[in-house]
Write a protein that binds this ligand. Structure first.
Ligand code: FMN
Length: 161
């Protein structure tokens, strides 16, 4: 059994985590609740995090540092949730530097929506959405196909004990 721990803000990361969990029949936890669990009974921990300001979710970075110290041998993987598909390569390289070599990684897109946002974040998102609309660009969304492919990769490349 694999465990998904996700770190999101406005719902896309959670949605991606739940979809992946249903494809993989994995357990899923919201990392922002600081789950204190022993993961030794899982075959792999799959992290999901969003990108703000070009960087991985700060709570993920903090959690992962401690996780690595506690479970240095635990197989891991990660999926990245972000709106800007043009920077997919940057986000995947960041993840490759953070996680052990060979860990499965995927960029799965992400929605931009301000429904749950407040203050400056709401203004930034609404401005981005206006720019997409006025340029007739398709709105960013979660890439379901990529999630499905990633679930297959995670099933296939399960480390053997
Ligand atoms: C304040 C803010 C900054 C963002 N910065 C980036 C960014 O640098 N690159 C990017 O691709 N997406 C960026 N996004 C878009 C989010 O990564 C995207 O909306 C993602 O779906 C968010 O996941 P969530 O719904 O779980 O919060 C930003 C969104 C917000 C609100």
């Amino acid at each position: 059994m694999q465990l998904i721990i996700y770190f999101g803000t406005y719902g896309s990361t959670e949605e991606a985590a739940n979809k992946l969990a249903s494809f993989l029949k994995a357990d899923v936890l919201n990392g922002l609740t600081k789950p204190k669990i022993n993961v030794n009974n899982y075959e792999r921990v799959v992290f999901g995090y969003n990108i703000h300001g070009g960087k991985p979710n700060k709570s993920f970075l903090k959690y992962y540092k401690r996780f690595q110290r506690r479970y240095p041998k635990m197989p891991v993987a990660a999926f990245i949730v972000a709106a800007d598909g043009n920077r997919k390569g940057d986000y995947l390289s960041q993840a490759a530097q953070l996680l052990p070599a060979g860990s499965p990684l995927a960029f799965v897109g992400g929605r931009l929506d301000s429904i749950n946002a407040k203050g400056l974040s709401k203004v930034i998102i609404d401005n981005c959405l206006k720019a997409f609309k006025s340029n007739d660009l398709p709105l960013p969304k979660l890439d379901e196909e990529k999630l499905k492919d990633f679930s297959l990769e995670l099933k296939e490349k399960l480390p053997q004990f």
